[in-house]
Design a protein around this ligand. Structure first.
Ligand SMILES: [Zn+2]
Length: 154
């Protein structure tokens, strides 16, 4: 959003594109409004099966769609699998990798993540609230086991 704000200032196009202040704002703008009776987004929207919403609802500036003349280069980081060799044995490891690309590559990657992030976030919030409810009504002498495996857990 820092780069978007700079482009808006440079191109003198205030009001045409929203400068998001949080991921929540970005997520909400990519979905249909919440169901007023259930106070949450519809599952169809969260799973990106709705024809009325999706990442295409996020307005993109020309510099965020493709490389245009004067398109800024930006520095950013993303997690990637990298092959690492330790004691002659090669394995894949998830690492934070530095990037320096035209702005549109960062924006395209961010929207790609946003397409599946909303369902992931919903499941995480749902599981957390269900655990809380379960713990609040757990009978005496009962216990709760949580199996939460990190990626590539061996
Ligand atoms: Zn929708």
């Amino acid at each position: 959003m820092k780069h978007r704000q700079e482009l808006i200032t440079t191109n003198n196009t205030p009001g045409n594109y929203k400068v998001y202040r949080s991921v929540q704002e970005l997520v909400d703008d990519s979905l249909c409004p919440k169901d007023p009776e259930r106070y949450q987004h519809r599952m169809e929207c969260l799973e990106r099966k709705c024809n009325l919403c999706g990442i295409q609802k996020i307005g993109r500036m020309p510099e965020e769609i493709e490389s245009v003349n004067g398109s800024p280069q930006v520095s950013w980081e993303r997690f990637e699998y990298v092959n690492t060799t330790v004691k002659g044995k090669t394995f894949r490891k998830l690492m934070l990798v530095k990037k320096c690309t035209p702005l549109y590559e960062l924006f395209t990657y961010m929207l790609h993540l946003l397409s599946t992030y909303v369902a992931h976030r919903f499941r995480s919030t749902w599981q957390h609230s269900q655990l809380k409810k379960l713990l609040n009504s757990l009978p005496q002498q009962d216990c709760v086991c949580i199996h939460d495996f990190a990626e590539n857990y061996q």
